[in-house]
Ligand binder design. Structure first.
Ligand code: UN1
Length: 519
């Protein structure tokens, strides 16, 4: 039975940690068994809510890293022998275990990442959704048959598993983005090794504990291994490790470039989900209430720390004043504070460094000619030493350099446009290409935006904001976002090798392209 905990007392925290089998010092390494935790070297997980230590984690040693990868290779050899629908039936049990632990895990995400309760639970729901999706997928991994130019020949295409994969995840979605990769890869027949962000290792440990029990009860190999440590050390090691066939990385453009270089240096495969600088276009044909809600959720949810957060809003000059006035009011009234309290929409930033980046981006925006319309300062929350800020709303010009940069914090730049061509030009004028949206009830405008003439992003939305994608579609983006696709649709193909098969079932050996070869 899951337990709902709302208070921040030590006793409540202790109860939650007991439920999730977390201690004061936790091993950060799992490969069929947990490596011994040690008190010497630790990753400290602080709650951004109050800056207090939640627990410590012993990072993975060099030797344990090697054990984890060879363990994952061995687990793969067994796991891959299970027929895919049987793998799917294991995902059913995994989904059930996550449903039971949803409130506890959601609360842990709240404590460790600072998300509001509903967002913390939403993240676990996203894992449950992808578990459900993967069950269906396990019976739909498909191939194709092509017409062969040769008589008595059949040509086919099939997908086979790649082996162990590496997943490097980020603090802002400390569990669900891992599951997009790990669960889909699992039904494809792969095993995985997870390196979570050092800012949120506890969620990864708690999830690995729950899922390893499911796998043990089901009598199947331990397909989910866990390693912890810095990106420079463990992340780079994974990227360079030939045993890891595919590395899925979520994080900054700079780190993603390094991972990509290391992986391609050994001609491995990578899936990159890097920065976004997402914009919403608000047309004069929009339903303003819907647009305001969509823009506010996109810009403020998770304190602007989503890859999909709305960072720019491009508003038609015909409704600019009205829209801006109402947006300013929302920014002035939005409640910032303890994400466990009802009514709070904006929790803390993850750490001091994020807060400093928020402040310096705002000064830079002012220096480049921006005008601060609301927020933009640190927020004092009584009794809490967390990293709280008042979300910033800045009137700006689209060609300001700072507006082309992703700052992982709640800063929203507002621009004005005259016609849709200009809106789209502004929209596409940044290096990133993850998510986008247009608010309009005009069919011609929405069609334009979703056509090749419109948004250049991987995710294109109409009358719904840039953030909050469902798992059923492929998730990822273009340009500096890295081109990777995860989650739904046919993203599963990334976790498999494509084989083109030609079978000759005739009595001759005719050659393709009519080539003659007489012996
Ligand atoms: C991310 O920020 O890396 O679409 C993932 C969304 C969430 C996932 C975000 N479903 O906002």
């Amino acid at each position: 039975m899951a337990m709902i905990i709302m208070a921040s007392s030590d006793k409540k925290k202790q109860e939650l940690f007991d439920h999730l089998s977390l201690g004061e010092i936790n091993s950060g390494t799992f490969y069929g068994k947990w490596a011994k935790p040690s008190a010497s070297k630790q990753i400290a997980s602080y709650s951004p809510i109050d800056g207090l230590l939640l627990a410590s984690v012993t990072p993975t040693s060099r030797a344990d890293y090697d054990h984890a990868v060879s363990f994952s290779e061995k687990a793969y050899l067994e796991w891959v022998e299970l027929p895919p629908p049987k793998r799917g039936s294991i995902m059913l049990k995994i989904g059930q275990a996550l449903r039971e632990a949803k409130d506890d895990l959601g609360m842990l995400v709240t404590l460790e990442a600072g998300k509001t309760i509903t967002e913390g639970r939403g993240e676990i729901q996203e894992m449950i959704d992808i578990a459900d999706f993967s069950i269906g997928l396990s019976r739909q991994l498909e191939g194709s048959v092509f017409a062969s130019e040769r008589p008595w020949h059949r040509m086919m295409e099939q997908y086979v598993p790649v082996g162990p994969i590496g997943i490097i995840s980020s603090f802002n979605f400390p569990s669900s983005v891992w599951s997009w990769n790990a669960f889909i890869a699992a039904v494809c027949g792969d095993t995985s090794i997870w390196k979570p962000s050092s800012k949120t290792p506890l969620a990864a440990i708690a999830i690995t504990k729950i899922l390893s029990k499911v796998l043990e009860t089901e009598g199947v190999p331990q397909i989910f291994s866990l390693v912890t440590g810095s990106g420079e050390e463990i992340g780079s090691r994974m990227a360079s490790d030939r045993r890891i066939k595919l590395v899925s990385f979520t994080g900054s453009v700079n780190s993603g470039k390094k991972v990509s270089q290391l992986v391609s240096d050994r001609l491995g495969k990578s899936i990159l989900e890097l920065g976004g600088n997402n914009a919403a276009v608000v047309s004069e044909h929009a339903d303003i209430d819907i647009a305001l809600k969509g823009v506010a959720f996109g810009a403020l949810a998770t304190a602007g720390q989503r890859c999909t957060s709305t960072r720019r809003v491009i508003v038609s000059n015909k409704i600019y004043s009205e829209f801006l006035q109402r947006l300013v009011r929302i920014y002035k009234e939005v409640s910032v504070g303890d994400p466990r309290s009802t009514g709070v929409l904006v929790g803390p930033l993850i750490d001091e460094s994020a807060t400093a980046k928020f402040e310096s981006a705002i000064s830079e925006a002012m220096r480049q000619g921006g005008k601060l319309l609301a927020g933009g300062t640190r927020a004092k929350i009584q009794g809490l030493k967390g990293h709280y800020v008042k979300p910033a709303l800045i009137e700006a010009k689209p060609d300001m350099e700072i507006c082309k940069t992703e700052t992982f914090a709640p800063i929203l730049y507002v621009f004005k446009y005259r016609d849709l061509e200009e809106a789209v030009r502004i929209h596409n004028s940044v290096p990133q290409g993850l998510s986008s949206s247009i608010f309009t009830r005009d069919l011609l405008e929405s069609e334009y935006f979703i056509s090749h003439r419109g948004s250049d992003c991987g995710i294109v939305n109409v009358n719904t904001g840039t953030a909050g994608a469902e798992i059923g579609g492929a998730f990822g983006g273009e340009k500096d976002t890295g081109g990777g696709r995860e989650s739904g649709s046919d993203a599963w193909k990334n976790y498999m090798k494509r084989q083109t098969i030609t079978i000759n079932y005739g009595k001759e050996l005719p050659l393709a392209q009519g080539v003659e070869f007489k012996i």
